[in-house]
Design a protein around this ligand. Structure first.
Ligand SMILES: [Cu+2]
Length: 175
């Protein structure tokens, strides 16, 4: 009888672990970055924030013991086809929804990384929320190939076009 109860407890525990994102009010999952290319580099962190509450939540900034500063950034393509990065003062995670930070889009920027990150390393990251609360995670450093795989085809084509000189009009975005 005792062993049956233990088995039930184990099943309950593993379900809870697998469903962590669904069980907590606010949780960060799948946080990753790429290796640093130089000392004191900047780096973009990608992650998903899931909000299981019925109120929207604002992320207002972040911190990591391994970086001088942490900022929220967004990337966009300007009218002349250049990529531009903007600092955001906050990012909203709607009620019962999730917000994805992903390559060439919203990201968490590490500025002044204190030691070169290599694939397999992890670094702690805390995101600051409005009303003095915060959520933390461990960011996994993945090989550069992980980022290249997630970049969209259009981006890859633009890069190829830049390598082989093309008429400038080809790089411009149509209105
Ligand atoms: Cu950035």
């Amino acid at each position: 009888m005792k062993s049956v109860r233990t088995a039930f407890a184990l099943i309950a525990f593993s379900l809870a672990a697998a469903d962590a994102a669904a069980g907590q009010d606010l949780v960060i999952t799948d946080a990753w970055t790429t290796p640093s290319l130089t000392e004191n580099a900047t780096g973009a962190v990608f992650l998903t924030v899931t909000n299981n509450t019925d109120k929207s939540v604002s992320i207002t900034g972040g911190s990591s013991p391994l970086a001088d500063r942490v900022e929220l950034h967004s990337m966009r393509t300007t009218h002349d086809g250049m990529m531009s990065m903007d600092r955001l003062l906050q990012a909203e995670v709607p009620a019962m929804s999730r917000l994805q930070f992903k390559p060439n889009d919203l990201h968490v920027m590490l500025i002044g990384i204190k030691h070169k990150l290599k694939a397999g390393d992890t670094l702690p990251l805390t995101l600051q929320l409005a009303r003095q609360s915060s959520i933390s995670t461990q960011v996994e450093v993945r090989p550069l190939a992980a980022k290249l795989q997630t970049e969209d085809t259009e981006e890859a084509q633009e890069e190829a076009a830049e390598e082989t000189p093309a008429p400038k009009s080809h790089l411009r975005k149509k209105h």
